[in-house]
Design a protein. Structure first.
Ligand SMILES: Cc1ncc(COP(=O)(O)O)c(C=O)c1O
Length: 405
């Protein structure tokens, strides 16, 4: 590693909390699917900011929208209207097929918003007695890092020392509709699920699960909340991962790619009978729905309206699947692919996910491990088929170096 990079990492080690364990690469610039470090080495980005960069680094349309807005007005707060807000909300509502949206910033804030809205809907519309509403969640979930959200996580690292925990959540097995049915009570306001569990290792539920959740929630007057923060906005080959089962949840929770890789933008989308429960002063954020975020978000919606990225995710996904398939039995135990998104389980006897990601880094590929020996691949959708083939060839060579046959 160049001294420059080492010195920069040292500064971060000394002066930032150690709440992350980044790979030892210091990125200085990026374009499309590639990033360049401070020493001029290039890496193929196969993480894409956990899908925040679905459209690649520096997409010209997104940058043009941001630049144009930067020169006009960037922040007014929600105390006033601005000319990007109404159009952004209307265009995002149209993309989701819902009446209205609540713009926020981070994904966790959007999840918190959905939780608050569900509880209030539960009291005002469903008639659940005050303070008794519950929300059903799934084992293995990842919805963010706030105190309420980690309260219903089963990841010890995320949760352990952060109690006391927020009550009102019931956790059931992921992928099991009957477990949800059994857990529903008159106090249940909502079921919150990821249509595909991203942090869990790109866990794709059994076919019919989303339809089953839709049916059982509708049957019991319970809201279905789909956290599409990582799975949505083109990643899986459809605008929303729920589309794969033709399921329309009551509430979409969106984030990551909505900000075009430029600025944090998240949102909750639902119909007026649900989001209409919010009244002035009950919820908000200084930065949520700011002019820059709305201008960027509008450019993202325009990119998704063409369907080109969704189609590309399908095509690239076939390449990814074909390439990964050859590695099974050669260091890879199993893999899951949906669109251009893969969870790859490395033979734990061979290496941890972290070790594989370090080896990939040395070969010019950025990827991220999750839970033990799983790595996930989520390259920007501007990547080419040849680049995917090259990336998986690097993975094959890394596994061979680690002793795979
Ligand atoms: C499904 C899901 N929900 C919520 C979040 C939290 O988003 P943020 O990190 O922007 O708060 C994430 C982040 O990885 C996620 O994958």
């Amino acid at each position: 590693m160049e001294r420059n990079a080492a010195a920069l990492i040292d500064l971060a080690e000394k002066h930032s909390a150690h709440n992350y364990h980044p790979l030892p690469v210091v990125i200085a610039s990026a374009q499309g699917a590639w990033v360049t470090d401070v020493s001029g080495h290039r890496y193929l980005d196969c993480l894409a900011g956990y899908s925040a960069l679905n459209f690649g680094h520096g997409h010209p349309d997104i940058l043009a929208a941001a630049h144009e807005q930067l020169d006009r007005v960037t922040l007014v707060s929600r105390a006033f209207h601005h000319d990007q807000f109404g159009p952004f909300c209307a265009e995002l509502a149209e993309l989701t097929g819902k009446d209205m949206v609540v713009p926020m910033n981070s994904g966790a804030e959007a999840v918190e918003t959905a939780i608050k809205v569900s509880r209030k809907w539960g009291y005002l519309v469903k008639g659940i007695p005050a303070h008794e509403a519950t929300i059903i969640v799934a084992e293995g979930n990842f919805h963010g890092r706030t105190t309420t959200i980690v309260s219903f996580s089963d990841d010890d690292t995320a949760r352990e020392d952060f109690g006391p925990y927020t009550p009102g959540f019931v956790s059931v097995d992921y992928g099991d509709v009957e477990a949800i049915r059994a857990a529903i009570t008159p106090q249940t306001a909502a079921v919150l699920i990821e249509p595909i569990q991203g942090e869990g290792g790109v866990v794709i539920p059994p076919e019919g699960y989303l339809r089953g959740v839709r049916e059982v929630t509708a049957e019991h007057n319970v809201l279905m909340l789909a956290d599409e923060i990582q799975s949505g906005l083109g990643r899986t080959g459809r605008t929303f991962a729920c589309d794969h089962e033709d399921v329309v949840p009551d509430v979409y929770i969106l984030g990551k790619a909505l900000g075009g890789g430029v600025i944090p933008v998240s949102a909750v989308a639902a119909d007026a009978d649900i989001l209409g429960v919010l009244k002035p002063g009950e919820h908000g954020s200084t930065f949520g729905g700011n002019p820059l975020a709305c201008a960027v978000g509008r450019s993202v919606v325009r990119l998704l309206q063409t369907g080109a990225f969704q189609a590309r995710a399908v095509e690239l996904g076939e390449v990814l699947r074909a390439e990964l398939d050859r590695l099974v039995g050669h260091g890879v135990v199993e893999y899951r692919v949906r669109g251009t998104w893969a969870g790859v389980d490395i033979d734990p006897g061979l290496a941890t996910g972290r070790q594989v990601c370090e080896a990939l880094l040395a070969r010019g590929v950025l990827a991220k491990d999750t839970h033990g020996s799983t790595i996930r691949l989520a390259p920007p959708l501007v990547i080419t088929a040849d680049e995917i083939i090259w990336a998986i060839a690097q993975l094959r060579d890394c596994l061979a170096d680690l002793g795979a046959r």
